[in-house]
Design a protein around this ligand. Structure first.
Ligand code: NAD
Length: 438
């Protein structure tokens, strides 16, 4: 195995730049501040709570991840955002209705009021159900991208940040396939100069981040940095990128259950998933073109985990359907129902019903925090390009062309921890365990 890289110190302030200051973004910003002030605990975050086993089981070495690896501390994080809707983080969080106003928002009101969105690169052709006045008026896409680069530099200097990371928490853009404008960095830059509509707003942020040496992750399912031009640019410039689409409610459940059924060689003939949600994200996804982007992201999961071509008798006829229904009364408190038709020994049928009454942004917020700290770690370790070890956090893991993604949550978790062990110069854990019986 190759030698672990030298990791530069985590000291100094880190800008966490969020295109999109909606439900997820405000839940992470408010949550980090609440934890910093000792008002709440960072449940759901591996960087804050998870331990990591090192060496043999008999050695009883299991430090916290943050004690093994030099990660930035929560006190070092400074939040910035862009949004076409001009609400500051307090007003946006109140509107999102995720966190309790009296218990978690009012005590940190001044802090949340101070996080105001910068004018966004926004285009209603890409997000059809929203609009807002807080947007950049520069001419071509290249000029918009240069304005975002300028925002990044100004933010870092105004807040004394030695480095920054960017995580897309903006709305899901309409479905799009990678094309000639996205093929190489040169074609991409020419397309921006030509103001080619094939360059989506999220791609403009991603390009600006990579050019500024700022790691970029995409929490939504739209392409964004997942195109050859931006992959190559990130690789060449040694900037980490990761994506796509935070793995939260229903897909989290799917990637927990499906590997278990497959491990036991139980067949699956049908998996019907339906959701009701009433937040702004639900409203955007009510547009068929944004829904298609999300649907593709959600559908890929079972195909990769169950490998129907390898097990045609078990999974070859699987009928997989995903629906998302906008239902305003529920707000951010989504309900995800799954009906699984499975079969066992001699083909006898069985059913599993899952009814997950979850809170979307409560599941997403710790993912944003962990991604910010791990992307910063990757950058300090000189790990540029696609960060597949972070696929644990995504519904649709970003992998290079020709390499299929790992969707199984437990494989992803092992991969993440083995990457941390490698970075720390510790042995990999294979779970072979012969040494205990020798
Ligand atoms: N559990 C989850 O909540 C979850 C899980 C997976 C993915 N996601 C994705 O994360 C994203 C954010 O989710 P949310 O619930 O916070 O949605 P939200 O609608 O509350 O917030 C999104 C914000 O992005 C802003 N926006 C849209 N286009 C923008 C642009 N070009 N530049 C800057 N801002 C822009 C919108 O104005 C809005 O305020 C969505 O794409 C969603 O699909 C969320």
């Amino acid at each position: 195995m190759d030698q672990p890289p030298r990791i530069s110190s985590s000291g100094g302030r880190v800008g966490v730049l969020l295109p999109g200051l909606g439900a997820v973004a405000t839940t992470v910003v408010a949550g980090v501040e609440a934890v910093r002030r000792g008002l709440a605990q960072p449940f759901g975050s591996l960087t804050q709570m998870n331990t990591i086993r090192l060496g043999k089981r008999t050695e009883a070495r299991a430090p916290l991840i943050k004690d093994l690896i030099d990660l930035a501390g929560l006190d070092q994080l400074v939040f910035g955002a862009w949004d076409p809707i001009p609400d500051d983080a307090y007003d946006s969080a109140v509107n999102a209705g995720v966190l309790d106003r009296t218990q978690h928002l009012d005590p940190i009101r001044d802090f949340l009021k101070s996080v105001k969105p910068m004018p966004a690169v926004f285009d209603t052709a890409y997000v059809k159900r929203l609009d807002g006045p807080n947007r950049k008026r520069e001419g071509s896409r290249m000029e918009l991208a240069e304005a975002v680069r300028e925002d990044i530099r100004r933010f870092k200097s105004e807040h004394g940040c030695s480095r920054a990371v960017m995580i897309w928490c903006g709305s899901t853009e309409v479905f799009q396939r990678s094309g000639s404008a996205h093929a190489t960095p040169e074609a991409f830059e020419q397309a921006m100069r030509d103001d080619d509509p094939a360059i989506a707003p999220s791609m403009i942020y991603a390009w600006a981040a990579i050019m500024e040496g700022v790691p970029y992750a995409n929490g939504a399912p739209n392409l964004s940095a997942d195109v050859p031009a931006l992959e190559a640019l990130a690789q060449d410039r040694g900037v980490p990128v990761a994506g796509k689409d935070f793995k939260t409610g229903q897909t989290l459940m799917k990637t927990i259950l499906a590997p278990g059924l497959k491990a036991r060689m139980l067949g699956v003939s049908g998996w019907f998933s339906t959701n009701i949600l009433g937040n702004r994200d639900g409203e955007v996804l009510d547009d068929p073109e944004s829904f298609k982007t999300k649907e593709e992201s959600k559908l890929g999961v079972l195909e990769y985990i169950l490998q129907p071509r390898m097990y045609p008798e078990l999974y070859g006829r699987l009928y997989h359907k995903v629906r998302i229904n906008y239902y305003p009364p529920r707000g951010d408190d989504k309900e995800g129902w799954d009906n699984l038709d499975i079969f066992g020994w001699l083909g006898y049928p069985m059913q599993i019903k899952v009814d997950f009454l979850c809170r979307d942004s409560i599941l997403a917020a710790p993912i944003v925090l962990d991604l910010a700290l791990f992307l910063d770690l990757a950058a300090r370790s000189g790990m540029g390009g696609i960060q597949e070890w972070l696929s644990f956090y995504f519904k649709s893991p970003h992998t290079p062309e020709g390499l299929y993604p790992e969707h199984d949550l437990f494989i992803q978790h092992k991969k993440l921890k083995n990457t941390l062990r490698w970075l720390a110069g510790e042995d990999q854990i294979t779970h072979l365990g012969r040494e205990y019986y020798e």
